[in-house]
Write a protein that binds this ligand. Structure first.
Ligand SMILES: [Fe+2]
Length: 242
């Protein structure tokens, strides 16, 4: 999908996303990340992560596809989970429409941060094309997990669609242990050591985009039921204007 530069410019004019992102104390309680607005660029370590709140209409429509007869994707990915199902082009197009403006902001902000503000996307000279290379559902049930891994390609993303009923009680109990929260959480790792991990508690509608080569894993949980997410590998490529 080629992005519409006028719409992107209008979105950029409105944005309050910082081009020098960090993570502030309000967003981290030392246990896991808590989003504080609808879209954000986060830099807990070198690589940049983007946070975006998906619309409830997108979450509802994507959830309707899970019962359809989708092809098994588990041979292509590492998860030790019940079911991984490949998305159709129709579903990928719904995703592109939902995330295209934010993805432009994320890539622009990441480039500026990585280049000390010397490189940015140029709407006057270029068009930008965002595509889904692959996308799939991850249906994870109690005791299942996703070992540490990276993805192929440029950018990857994850979005949360469903959580087991009552998992908050498991989290409350875990909080009392005074140890890092991990049950059913995704953790990103970069040069593991001081400030090398970044843990995110899933919440329905939350979406994160990150560089494909950023290591991550999903820890098991023990509440009965389904933790449903999707992942996608994305390309974002410039094309000179004709
Ligand atoms: Fe992954």
């Amino acid at each position: 999908m080629t992005l519409d530069n006028n719409i992107i410019q209008a979105a950029l004019d409105k944005t309050t996303i910082s081009s020098n992102p960090t993570v502030n104390d309000e967003q981290m309680d030392a246990l896991f990340y808590k989003p504080t607005r609808d879209a954000d660029i986060i830099a807990p370590f070198g690589p940049t992560i983007g946070y975006f709140k998906l619309s409830s209409s997108f979450v509802d429509s994507i959830n309707t596809y899970v019962s359809k007869d989708l092809p098994d994707f588990s041979g292509d990915v590492v998860g030790k989970v019940n079911q991984e199902l490949r998305w159709t082009d129709e579903m990928s197009n719904l995703l592109l429409n939902e995330i295209k403006n934010f993805t432009f902001n994320y890539v622009d902000s990441s480039l500026q941060r990585a280049s000390y503000n010397t490189v940015k996307l140029d709407l006057s000279q270029m068009n930008y094309k965002l595509d889904v290379q692959s996308a799939w559902f991850v249906r994870q049930y109690e005791t299942e997990y996703n070992p540490i891994h990276v993805h192929n390609g440029m950018y990857s993303c994850v979005g949360y669609l469903k959580l087991p009923e009552g998992i908050e009680k498991e989290w409350e109990k875990e909080a009392h242990s005074n140890k890092t929260s991990t049950h059913g959480h995704i953790a990103f790792y970069h040069n593991y050591g001081q400030n090398g991990d970044f843990i995110i508690r899933p919440s329905v509608g939350d979406f994160y985009i990150f560089p494909a080569n950023l290591s991550h894993c999903v820890y098991p949980f023990y509440t009965k039921g389904e933790r449903r997410s999707f992942s996608a590998n994305l390309t974002f490529l410039p094309q000179p204007k004709e």
